[in-house]
Write a protein that binds this ligand. Structure first.
Ligand SMILES: [Fe+2]
Ligand SMILES: [Fe+2]
Length: 460
């Protein structure tokens, strides 16, 4: 039950109140008949409420005591008075009393005043706590939080918004939102109009255009993300709008830097792969440009298959070094004009495995080593080195296989002249679904029909 301090100099009245309150279950911390005593008691035992007689010993000591107890200890006050002198009451108001009881009072009045005061005080504390929590949250938040009323005039701006815009909350209250926070379209720097009005009129939340700029007072532009939500009362009526804006300048900068570093990394990866490809071609001048053209054709096929840009890049890079394993094969075998003997042939056939060995420890974002390993496998299992079949062969390797055959046949070799592109296409068409993936063969035929294959393999 609540603890009550009685500050009353008329002993009989004080005793009477004490008895009555005790009977009702309240705890009485003390009866004080002067200010000093009241303050001393409060210091050691803070009550939940003080009943204070305005006049103590003919002076306004009660008011003074109430003021101090209220301001120092946040104790709610109920005045007891037999005076209705307006001037005195005016002074008493400073202590923000929760009620007045005019002597003599009945028990019912006493109880209802006390309960009302305790309840109001509790609610006030809760409200203050909520306000403090909200203020701390809004102050510590990095996003800009802005509130406007129904006329789009500013009613609140948090410290993050003050900092970015360089304008103090006190200086912009009642100013128009657009005057302090002009939001522009990034593409043409035109003001985004009417969106705030729509939130107010339609009572619906709104997400800012993804490419918005906030024009600062110093003329700078800041990219911002954000949203706005109507402030609704209990009946659902709009009482303004809360706008949250986030400065995404640093995010955009970091994004751009990441993009640039990715491009750089990709370029250096491509550069490395091209350098590796050149190593093979320097030793094997007859096939110079072979890997490059196979890579271009594989890239076209990947595109026709609907590959993503990233997958097409992986495919192109794998194709660009598919014969990397040939650097272990003696140059005289690679450039031999006559037919290869069995030993020489078996040496040549080691190149997919050697290629795999060279590449397997490099952590590419694509399975490049595997594609190189499988690029001489045939659909029916008659290829090498593993003799795997059908879908056991990765799609990337199946593409490189076909691009490799078509390119090689259309190129001149020391031991034979070049076939025409149509003859090369005829070869894969004849072995469609036997040695070669039917879907990829069909794409090659389509590329041949459109003339793209010819342009790629025999550029004028
Ligand atoms: Fe090869
Ligand atoms: Fe090849």
């Amino acid at each position: 039950m609540a603890k009550i301090l009685i500050i009353e100099d008329e002993a009989i009245i004080a005793k009477d109140i004490q008895l009555r309150l005790k009977k009702l279950g309240y705890e009485i911390t003390a009866i004080a008949d002067n200010k000093m005593k009241a303050l001393a008691i409060t210091e050691t035992d803070v009550p939940d409420l003080a009943l204070v007689d305005i006049m103590l010993k003919g002076k306004e000591e009660g008011i003074e005591a109430a003021l101090e107890i209220h301001s120092l200890y946040d104790v709610p006050i109920i005045y007891l008075t037999s005076y209705s002198d307006e001037q005195t009451l005016e002074k008493a108001k400073v202590a923000e009393p929760f009620g007045y009881l005019l002597k003599p009072f009945v028990e019912k009045e006493l109880v209802s005043s006390i309960e009302m005061a305790l309840y109001k005080h509790k609610m006030e504390l809760q409200l203050r706590k909520n306000e403090a929590w909200l203020n701390t949250s809004l102050s510590s938040i990095h996003d800009m939080v802005i509130a406007v009323d129904n006329d789009a005039q500013l009613t609140f701006v948090n410290p993050a918004a003050e900092e970015l815009t360089g304008i103090k909350l006190s200086d912009c209250i009642n100013m128009n939102f657009d005057d302090i926070f002009p939001l522009l379209y990034e593409k043409n720097h035109e003001l985004q109009k009417n969106w705030l009005r729509k939130v107010l009129d339609q009572n619906k939340s709104y997400t800012l255009d993804g490419n918005s700029l906030l024009k600062l007072r110093n003329g700078e532009f800041r990219p911002v993300d954000g949203s706005a939500a109507p402030i609704k009362d209990k009946k659902g009526k709009t009482n303004g709008v809360i706008i949250v804006l986030r400065d995404v300048y640093e995010d955009r900068k970091a994004e751009e830097e990441l993009k640039q570093s990715y491009i750089k990394l990709q370029n250096s990866l491509e550069g490395t792969i091209n350098a590796m490809a050149k190593v093979v071609e320097i030793r094997d001048p007859f096939t110079a440009g072979h890997q490059k053209r196979v890579a271009s054709l594989a890239f076209l096929i990947g595109h026709e298959l609907g590959y993503s840009e990233n997958d097409m890049l992986g495919l192109r890079l794998a194709a660009a070094i598919h014969d990397i394993g040939k650097i272990y094969i003696p140059a005289e075998i690679l450039s031999k004009t006559g037919k290869l003997n069995q030993l020489e042939m078996s040496m040549v056939r080691t190149h997919p495995e050697i290629g795999f060995d060279i590449l397997k420890d490099i952590d590419f974002p694509w399975p490049i080593a595997e594609s190189v390993y499988q690029h001489h496998e045939f659909l029916d299992g008659s290829g090498y080195p593993q003799g795997i079949k059908g879908k056991e062969i990765s799609e990337c390797a199946r593409i490189i296989r076909i691009a490799d055959v078509v390119e090689a046949m259309s190129s001149h070799r020391p031991y034979r002249p070049a076939f025409s592109v149509s003859e090369a296409v005829e070869e894969i068409r004849a072995k469609r679904d036997i040695l070669y993936d039917p879907e990829i063969v069909d794409i090659c035929i389509k590329l041949y029909d459109t003339g793209e294959l010819e342009r790629l393999l025999n550029p004028k």
